[in-house]
Design a protein around this ligand. Structure first.
Ligand code: PHE
Length: 341
């Protein structure tokens, strides 16, 4: 019987368990009612009494040893037991964990900010809930301008104080000029709201980046060069730009900028409506009335501003056909873009 006890002790010493069910197998084999230890106890009863003392001690020691082994198997690899560590398979693949991806609007916003910050622009932000002064009046909107109308603007209160959701990030221009002395060189990214029916081509909110540079002797040529550099970095070194005269209350002269269609390379296709050009932003020289309204002397300073829609640039870069995809947040759609890692 002494030999048997020794053999069991050796076997238990070498036992391994990789998972809970193997630990349970161990328990059933040695420690359960029908297990090896119980059987030994049975046998012990028939041992001649002169051997009982010695065997009883050995049996007890074995029981303690097996119980300790069982506990260390249960604790698993953390027990510090050499054998347990050896039994961990380090080459096994880890349990897969789903990793999120960055939203395409964030990717493109960051790309745009990077391009402008390399040219010396810093980032300014402002509130989405605004007042009439910062969104319209300071920006030279006439009192009866249609953009103020209920059709475009979400008003929160109307009388006596107008509180509204900003319809463009140009409101951050005003806030920055009110609080800072020129030179001012900023880009203002943010969400804007317009009261439009939601469709593949329009949404009641979207994202803009506004640019503003105010200093002495700033000219339209400076604006053009900065925008050309932006277009080439964003859409490739072969990209051409074209400025068409336009109108915004807060800039004079104003222009809209087109880039050569990067789908057909300017030859004309369905995407650019056979023109070879796609519109990407509005821009112009800041109207002297706006500078005055913000406490900057237009006799000393001049500047330019531009504003672009991030969704529009994202559409061009990634060919997303339906604007609604950006706010539905279907992970299958989002996962098609750069991983967040
Ligand atoms: N704020 C204008 C818009 O929302 C864009 C713009 C900004 C145009 C700055 C010119 C200068 O359409």
């Amino acid at each position: 019987m002494i030999d048997k006890i020794e053999a069991i002790r050796k076997e238990v010493d070498g036992a391994k368990a990789e998972n809970a069910s193997q630990v349970e197998e161990f328990r059933l084999k040695y420690l359960s009612k029908k297990g090896i230890l119980s059987a030994l106890m049975e046998e012990f009863r028939n041992v001649p009494s002169e051997q009982k003392r010695e065997l009883g001690q050995k049996l007890n020691q074995l029981k303690v040893f097996v119980t300790e082994k069982y506990n260390s198997l249960k604790e698993g690899a953390g027990s510090g037991n050499k054998l347990d560590i050896a039994s961990i398979d380090l080459t096994r693949t880890a349990t897969p964990m789903p990793v999120g991806s960055r939203h395409p609007i964030s990717i493109v916003r960051n790309d745009i900010i990077k391009i402008f910050s390399d040219m010396g622009f810093s980032v300014a932000e402002g509130p989405e809930i605004e007042d009439d002064w910062h969104v319209f009046s300071s920006l030279n909107f006439p009192a009866d301008h249609p953009a103020r109308d209920m059709q475009d603007t979400f008003f929160i209160t109307r009388n006596p104080i107008e509180v509204l959701l900003r319809t463009h990030t140009s409101s951050v221009q005003t806030r920055t000029m009110e609080q800072n002395e020129p030179p001012i060189r900023i880009v203002c990214p943010g969400r804007v709201y317009r009261n439009e029916a939601i469709s593949a081509r329009a949404h009641c909110f979207f994202h803009q980046i506004e640019g503003l540079y105010i200093d002495k002797n700033v000219s339209f040529a400076d604006l053009r060069q900065v925008l050309l550099n932006f277009a080439r970095q964003m859409f490739g070194p072969e990209t051409k730009i074209r400025l068409r005269p336009s109108y915004f209350p807060f800039t004079e002269p104003s222009a809209e900028m087109d880039i050569s269609c990067d789908i057909c390379g300017g030859k004309g296709c369905a995407f650019c409506k056979e023109t070879g050009w796609v519109e990407i932003l509005g821009c112009g020289m800041v109207d002297p009335n706006v500078l005055k309204a913000c406490g900057i002397d237009p006799e000393i300073y001049s500047g330019y501003a531009f504003g672009l829609g991030i969704e529009r640039i994202t559409n061009l870069k990634y060919k997303v056909k339906d604007l609604r995809m950006f706010s539905e947040n279907d992970v299958r759609f989002l996962a098609e873009f750069e991983s967040a890692r």
